[in-house]
Ligand binder design. Structure first.
Ligand SMILES: Cc1ncc(C[n+]2csc(CCOP(=O)(O)OP(=O)(O)O)c2C)c(N)n1
Ligand code: SF4
Length: 266
């Protein structure tokens, strides 16, 4: 299989703006899947609504393009009914942590074997730049023209508190890490969360004077560092990248199967 075999070419050109980070996520997700030699027939992508969620249209896997905020709920249904499938759930930061926040923490808690990919551009891209729970204090948004006074969630801490068993963060600047973490997340048996900082030059970039897509990628490079690095000690403001957690816990579908067997004995 070549990488093109995983693409649904009839839906191209894609709808993302020039310089949008979501295409970088798509590119590296396809490379990760190709590297693992996964069969298209064993892959399911479930997404909600948003610029990020459009990614499910561009992959030639089984795909469900569902409701804003509800991707994890649909994905849970798919996985429980067909546990042998690999389930990927790309979501925007609004999709996953605003309207979908409740689904997110409970998916973490259940440790169901799927990969949640948060394409985190810190804004509602599709609907015109409203602030999200990841925009952060002091940012500008169409719904915060005088600056946002809401504090942001830390996705890593949120996922950890919820009970996710694989948690990693990287950015669209660090493309090889995207591939590596997606591969590891797919291979992990449990609920995996990837926080991928992605640029929205059209709304977040413009309103917050970040410059163009290239400047935003430079920002990711300059303002992040690997977990536990010396740079972090010298500059605590830097955001850490890497694998924060990888642990084993009973997986939901396996435990569910045991319950089905037990119930069958009576
Ligand atoms: C129930 C519901 N509420 C609101 C919307 C409108 N809506 C569509 S996408 C979106 C937010 C998209 O932002 P995000 O999830 O961060 O993804 P992005 O577009 O930035 O990739 C909203 C509010 C909707 N489609 N359905
Ligand atoms: S609005 Fe933002 S997130 Fe949406 S396609 Fe354009 S750059 Fe990407």
């Amino acid at each position: 299989m070549s990488i093109r075999d995983y693409v649904r070419e009839k839906f191209f050109p894609h709808l993302w703006c020039p310089g949008c980070g979501h295409g970088i996520v798509l590119n590296n997700l396809l490379r990760a899947v190709e590297d693992l030699s996964l069969s298209k027939n064993d892959l399911v992508m479930v997404s909600g609504i948003g610029c990020s969620s459009r990614i499910s249209g561009y992959v030639d896997f089984h795909s469900l393009h569902t409701l804003h905020g509800r991707a994890l709920a649909f994905a849970t249904g798919v996985k429980v009914s067909k546990p042998e499938l690999t389930v990927l759930v790309p979501m925007g930061d609004g999709d996953s942590l605003a309207i979908g926040g409740n689904h997110f923490i409970h998916a973490c808690r259940r440790n169901i074997d799927m990969t949640a990919i948060i394409m985190n551009n810190r804004i509602y891209g599709m609907t015109g730049g409203q602030f999200s729970p990841l925009s952060g204090f002091g940012t500008m948004a169409s719904t915060a023209p005088y600056s946002n006074i809401d504090q942001a969630f830390d996705v890593v801490e949120m996922a950890r508190a919820g009970g996710a068993t694989f948690i990693a963060r990287t950015t669209t600047y660090h493309v090889l890490a995207i591939q590596k973490f997606i591969k590891k997340a797919i291979q992990h048996k449990g609920f995996s969360v990837l926080d991928i900082l992605s640029q929205c030059p059209t709304h977040f970039g413009k309103r917050n004077r970040f410059g163009d897509a290239k400047d935003m990628l430079e920002y990711f490079k300059k303002n992040t560092t690997t977990i536990g690095s010396e740079a972090k000690e010298n500059n605590p403001e830097l955001m850490e990248r890497g694998i924060f957690l990888e642990k084993k816990l009973p997986e939901y579908c396996s435990e569910y199967e045991k319950i089905v067997q037990k119930a069958g004995q009576f």
